[in-house]
Design a binder for this molecule. Structure first.
Ligand SMILES: [Zn+2]
Length: 191
């Protein structure tokens, strides 16, 4: 099997935001679907039920990045409506779908090439590294990362809280306290 491209070189993933949304109303001009632009994203599970068809994880065939896909379809008297949502997953959120070696290779690549990330990818790359360091309990790596990307720190801390629950994660609670104390970045966070 050919070696997978990296997300940093992927023409599709480099153009997708962390969350893409489309709304279309059948029988009307305008509105688009995500399916057209995301043809090289393929489901990684069998779509053997309506539920699975509407809610599943897709993977980029070019670089291996994972996305959660959700759609709802409604039949209405004046034309059906379809909403689609595509959310990029951090590697750690799809860890059970990769071998341990592959996961570590991807995280190493994120570490080495973080500075190459374009505007659509930068937040994803830094957030993914932060989630990885938090899971590893590596506070030094986390502080170095936040020091290099101070503008992203408040948003990343918000994502981490949502992901882990701050009270159940002592390292995260400590990082948030320090970020608040040192830079006042999280003012208005509500304590
Ligand atoms: Zn890709």
């Amino acid at each position: 099997m050919a070696k997978r491209a990296s997300i940093f070189d992927c023409e599709l993933c480099g153009t997708l935001s962390d969350g893409e949304y489309a709304f279309s109303k059948f029988g009307q001009e305008g509105g688009g679907t995500l399916s057209g632009m995301t043809a090289s994203l393929v489901p990684v599970e069998s779509l053997d039920s309506l539920r699975a068809e509407r809610h599943h994880v897709k993977r980029c065939t070019k670089c291996g990045t994972f996305y959660r896909y959700d759609t709802s379809y409604e039949y209405l008297v004046n034309g059906s409506e379809e909403e689609e949502e595509l959310v990029r997953l951090a590697p750690i959120e799809a860890k059970d779908r990769m071998s341990p070696e592959e996961y570590l290779r991807v995280m190493r690549e994120y570490e080495e090439r973080a500075d190459e990330a374009g505007p659509k990818l930068r937040f994803h790359v830094v957030k993914s590294l932060a989630m990885h360091y938090l899971a590893e309990g590596d506070s030094d790596a986390m502080k170095r990362l936040m020091g290099r990307h101070p503008d992203l720190t408040p948003r990343i801390m918000g994502c981490l809280k949502e992901w882990r629950g701050r009270s159940s994660d002592p390292l995260l609670a400590q990082l948030i306290r320090e970020a608040k104390g040192e830079r006042g970045l999280l003012a208005g966070d509500g304590g």
